[in-house]
Structures are given as structure tokens and as C-alpha cells.
Design a protein around this ligand. Structure first.
Ligand SMILES: [Zn+2]
Length: 596
């Protein structure tokens, strides 16, 4: 029997965006927020006020849990039908409540910081707070490194229309241009996929030319948004006494600078190996040398197609060889209709996995078109759902993990399934195509993202002295790309700083290195899984469960027995990935010989 390709939302709140149960739920949440906002915080921490402190903290967690439930559900509604106006309206309500939760935690955090150490440690020794001590300490430490609470509150209020305003302005500027390409009107997003993914090199080149030309036309206001946003950030950090631009993103990722430096040094030393891949790929594409618009171009053949039922079987069967628990979980999620996979108009693009904490379930959103890529997306998102699944019995304060480790389970699943697809491939052309997608990931994480990190680091250094012109930004970008791509391309993309949304995200600064970190971290976990076989299953679960309760170095030490601040772990992870280069080159040569 064919599987259902649509998800079940009715068992969560029946009736979609008009669900009376959903509206009641959100109204009650809104009322409970108001109660929390109007309640004074408990007095100085001591034996008489401890119970009150515990209650106040529990209320904040509970509001967060329920908000997450509402946000996840409404997120599902707006994704499955872009014309659901009622859902969009609810989404805006949720955003406002999320801001209120943020304010609540800012106050709590500041209050934590004011309590004496001994009373604080006694408080955290009591259940249920002992299980979330890591998170509460983290919040307290953060407040201690910031300015006085009234100054932080002022900065926060000013940031709403200042700092974050630059991000919104960028959204407006970058969403504006419509282009005509090949006689068809297109958004810049569509043009970008022509320049990266079109099989025809002339089409890619023409799309790239138009892409650069279009961004050049709006580069001035983009540069202004970037300069002003960065100026705001630098001023705020100065007032907090923070001397490193990386302090905030490292804190967000529970990582130290030594680990990050160790990772980048190993990548810098080893990524030149990818130039062999560049050369082989250039030959396949009929280019003398790769240009920017060639780096992600498809090679080989990818005409194999799967029904959704076949894809689900392929994913589950191959996960089972590695770990029966992930397979059983995935089968359950598929059969219980946690996945929206149908290919129909009116859905949003992309894929995600979202958790419904009150049901201890997840929902996966994607559009399955039958391609090998769709197979990978299914495996990837099921990995996120599994990560959530093994953590549901933990309290909310122990379930918050950073972006750096968020992709551990998803990339792990993807690796298992991609390797299986490679084994199952029927021809050299298919094998080439699968290996190329793996190596394109390596380009993306080891070169492309590295160039973004190098650019952003250099930009902030210069910006501390003065605003940068469009030409100066272009020059910094190209310099970073030349370094990261080892001078291996004939053309670069100097206006990348304008075209990439990530540089303008104010809520998560340096929205780049956590991707590379997660990719290599997952590669390290996979290496261990391969080495240990079935014994790894319970270890894997223990690692995933601890992602919300340990700093990243401690997590790696405890569960992988490795030191992230030293090069060894990174060397193994990078070597594993780059081992595919020689296989790819050998396959290309075989292909060439058999054609002759
Ligand atoms: Zn993911």
C-alpha cells in the first residue's frame, strides 16, 4: 500500500488555522504571559524565597514550552499553504509573544546575576532545577558579562528599530529587483539557482553575469545596511567591555576560540586537496578551469527516481543496518504521518523539522519530487526528529542545543543514506553524481563558508576604524574567496557580501562557522559509529541527550573522547571527507577511458 504523503495536524489542533482549540490555547497563553509580566520577581534569594524562585523559573519554562508548541503548529500551517492568511496573522501574534518571552528572560537573567553565589548554588541543587543547572548557569553568566540591567534594557529597546531595523531594510532592498532572464521574469533567487545548478555552462555564465550586475545596482544601500548594523554591534560590544567580535557567536555555540582556531587551521592546511576535484570536475564540464558559477554545477547522471514509499523504505532499511533504534523511530514517524512530503502547488519551498513539545512529537516539512536529493532531505529531517525524540523526557531547560551541534543527527543520517545510495548505484555516471554532491558539500563547508568567515572577520576589523565603501567590501570579499578557494577559480564573486542574507542576520552573528563545525563534528561522530558498530547505538543516544546540558568541548570529550582544541580530531574528520577526492578522480579517468 502506498504511504500517505500528507501530514497529520488534526490530532494536534483540529481545524487548521480556524481551530477553536488552537485559538483558545493561544488566548490562554497570552493571558498567562500577562500574569507573569505583572508579577514582581521574588525577593533576595535565601531559604525563605527559594520556593518562590523555583516557581518563577518553572513558569518561564512553561510559557516557553507552550509558545514553542503554538509556534511549531502555526509554522506548519503557514508552510503547507502560503495563502492561509489567518495562519499568517497567528504567526505575527506568535512573534510578538516570542519578544515578550525574550523580555521575561532578560529580566530573570539579570536577577540571577544579582544573587550571591552560595545561595544560587544551593537553589540549583534542588530538584527540579538541578536538572537544568547548566542552562540556568549559562543565563546567569551571560547577564554577568553584559551591562547593568537598565542599560541592557535600553540597548534592547533601541535595537528593535536600530540594529534589527538594518536587517529589515536589507530584506526590503534585496527583495526588490526582478530580472528578465532567457525571456522570462525571475526573482534573484531563481536567477541564483540558474547560475549554480543549470547543466548548461553558457546559461550559468550568463546568469552569473546578470546576478553580479543586478547586485552592483543595489550595492550602495546594502553596504550602508551592513556598515550601520556592524557599527551598532561594535558600539554595543564596546560598552559591554567585550574586545572580541567572536565573543557572542562563540557563547551562542558554547564553544571556545581555541577549538574554532584549531578547526580553521586544519581546514586551511588541508583543503587544497579539493583542487584535484576542481580539475576533474572542470574536465567533465568541458571547462579549462572552474569559475565561480561552476563550483556547484551538476555532473554525472541523476535520472534515478523513487516513489515516496520506495524512498521511505530505502531510508529506513539503510538506517537499520547502522542502528535499529533510528530505523524503528523513522518507520513510526513515517507511518504516523509526521511528514508532509506531497509535491503540490501552494506550499513553501525548502524543508524543516519542528518539535511539538506538548505531544512529544515532531513534524517534517518537505516537497518530495522523487529525486535522490529528496531521499537525502527525508533522511536529514528524520535525523532532526530523532534528535528531538531522544530528548523529549528531559525538562525544557535541558533540551536547548546550539546551532553547532544541531546538525549532528541530521548529517549523520544523510551520510548513512548517501553512502548506501552510492553502493546501490547502477552506473559510473550515477556514482560520479553522488560523489560530486558529497564533494560539493566539502567545497561549501570547507571553502565557501570559510571565505564568509574570513570576510566577516576582516570586515569587522576594518569597520572598527571606519565605514567601508562598496569597492572596499568587494576587495575584502574577493581576497577572502581567493584564500579559501586556494586561488583555484578563474572568476570570483566579489558582491557575495551583498547577495548573502546571512551577513545581515542580527539575531545570530557570524552565521557561518557553526555550519562547518556541525559538518565536521558529525563526520567525527560517524567515524566513531563505523568503528564501533552496533555498540555505538546507546552511546549515540547519550551524546544527543547531552547536547542541551554540556558545553561543546565537554560533550566531545565525554562522548567521543576527543579534544576539540587540538588538531587531531579535525584532521581525522577532514581527511575522511577528502578521501572521496581520489575516488572521484579515479572514476572520472575510468569514464574517460571507456568513452575512448
Ligand atoms: Zn538540518
Amino acid at each position: 500500500m502506498a504511504l500517505s504523503e500528507t501530514w497529520d495536524l488534526e490530532s494536534i489542533f483540529p481545524g487548521g488555522s480556524n481551530s477553536p482549540q488552537l485559538l483558545d490555547f493561544l488566548a490562554q497563553l497570552d493571558a498567562d504571559f500577562a500574569v507573569a509580566e505583572n508579577s514582581a520577581l521574588p525577593g533576595p534569594l535565601g531559604p525563605e524565597t527559594e520556593a518562590e524562585w523555583i516557581k518563577t523559573i518553572q513558569i518561564a519554562y512553561n510559557l516557553g514550552e507552550r509558545l514553542r508548541q503554538g509556534a511549531a503548529f502555526v509554522g506548519c500551517l503557514v508552510s503547507q499553504d502560503v495563502k492561509d492568511d489567518k495562519a499568517l496573522q497567528l504567526d505575527a501574534d506568535i512573534d510578538r509573544m516570542a519578544a515578550r518571552l525574550g523580555t521575561l528572560w532578560t529580566m530573570l537573567r539579570a536577577a540571577f546575576a544579582e544573587q550571591p553565589d552560595d545561595a544560587w548554588h544551593v537553589l540549583l541543587s534542588h530538584p527540579p532545577l538541578n536538572a537544568v543547572a547548566f542552562h540556568l548557569n549559562e543565563e546567569r553568566d551571560e547577564a554577568r558579562q553584559k551591562m547593568a540591567p537598565e542599560l541592557e534594557a535600553l540597548a534592547n529597546d533601541l535595537a528593535a528599530d536600530g540594529y534589527h531595523g538594518w536587517n529589515r531594510l536589507y530584506g526590503l532592498i534585496s527583495g526588490e529587483p526582478q530580472v528578465e532572464f532567457g525571456g522570462k521574469p525571475m526573482s534573484l533567487g531563481q536567477l541564483q539557482s540558474k547560475m549554480y545548478d543549470d547543466p548548461n555552462r553558457d546559461v550559468r555564465r550568463a546568469a552569473f553575469d546578470l546576478f553580479e550586475q543586478t547586485w552592483a545596482g543595489i550595492a550602495k544601500p546594502c553596504a550602508s545596511a551592513l556598515n550601520n548594523q556592524a557599527g551598532f554591534r561594535l558600539a554595543l560590544y564596546k560598552h559591554r567591555g567585550w574586545d572580541s567580535i567572536l565573543k557572542e557567536p562563540l557563547m551562542d555555540n558554547r564553544l571556545t576560540a581555541s577549538s574554532l582556531n584549531a578547526m580553521w587551521s586544519v581546514i586551511a592546511a588541508k583543503s587544497g586537496k579539493l583542487l584535484d576535484y576542481f580539475a576533474a570536475k572542470a574536465k567533465l564540464l568541458g571547462a579549462g578551469q572552474l569559475s565561480w558559477f561552476d563550483i556547484y554545477a551538476p555532473v554525472g547522471e541523476t535520472n534515478r527516481s523513487f516513489s515516496y514509499t520506495e524512498a521511505a523504505d530505502f531510508v529506513v532499511d539503510n538506517l537499520r543496518r547502522f542502528n535499529p533504534d533510528i530505523a524503528d523511530f523513522s518507520r513510526m514517524a513515517i507511518n504516523q504521518r509526521w511528514i508532509e512530503a506531497e509535491d503540490r502547488p501552494g506550499k513553501r519551498a525548502g524543508g524543516f523539522c519542528t518539535g511539538l513539545p506538548l505531544n512529544k512529537q515532531s513534524r517534517i516539512f518537505m516537497t518530495f519530487t522523487g529525486s535522490v536529493n529528496g531521499l537525502m532531505t527525508l533522511a536529514h529531517e528524520l535525523g532532526h526528529a530523532y534528535h528531538g525524540w531522544v530528548m523529549w523526557d528531559l525538562p525544557p531547560g535541558a533540551r536547548r542545543y546550539s546551532m553547532g551541534v544541531a546538525e549532528t543527527a541530521s548529517i549523520f543520517n544523510e551520510t548513512v543514506v548517501r553512502n548506501a545510495a552510492y553502493q546501490a548505484a547502477a552506473s559510473n555516471a550515477e556514482r560520479l553524481s553522488i560523489l560530486a554532491t558529497k564533494l560539493d558539500d566539502a567545497i561549501s563547508f570547507l571553502m565557501d563558508i570559510r571565505s564568509r568567515f574570513e570576510f566577516e572577520s576582516a570586515f569587522f576589523k576594518e569597520r572598527a576604524k571606519k565605514s567601508l565603501s562598496v569597492d572596499e567590501l568587494n576587495a575584502l570579499m574577493e581576497q577572502a574567496q581567493r584564500a579559501a578557494f586556494k586561488n583555484g577559480l578563474t572568476r570570483y564573486h566579489p558582491l557575495f557580501w551583498a547577495s548573502k542574507l546571512h551577513f545581515y542576520i542580527t539575531s545570530a552573528p557570524f552565521y557561518n562557522f557553526p555550519y562547518t563545525f556541525g559538518y565536521l563534528f558529525s563526520s567525527g561522530v560517524f567515524a566513531l559509529a563505523e568503528a564501533e558498530g552496533p555498540a555505538f547505538g546507546p552511546k549515540y543516544v547519550a551524546l544527543l541527550r547531552d547536547t542541551g546540558s554540556l558545553g561543546t568541548e565537554a560533550l566531545a570529550r565525554k562522548h567521543l573522547g576527543v579534544d576539540l582544541t587540538k588538531p587531531a580530531f579535525w584532521e581525522t574528520a577532514v581527511d575522511r571527507i577528502l578521501a572521496d577526492v581520489d575516488t572521484f578522480v579515479a572514476l572520472t579517468e575510468q569514464g574517460v577511458r571507456s568513452r575512448n
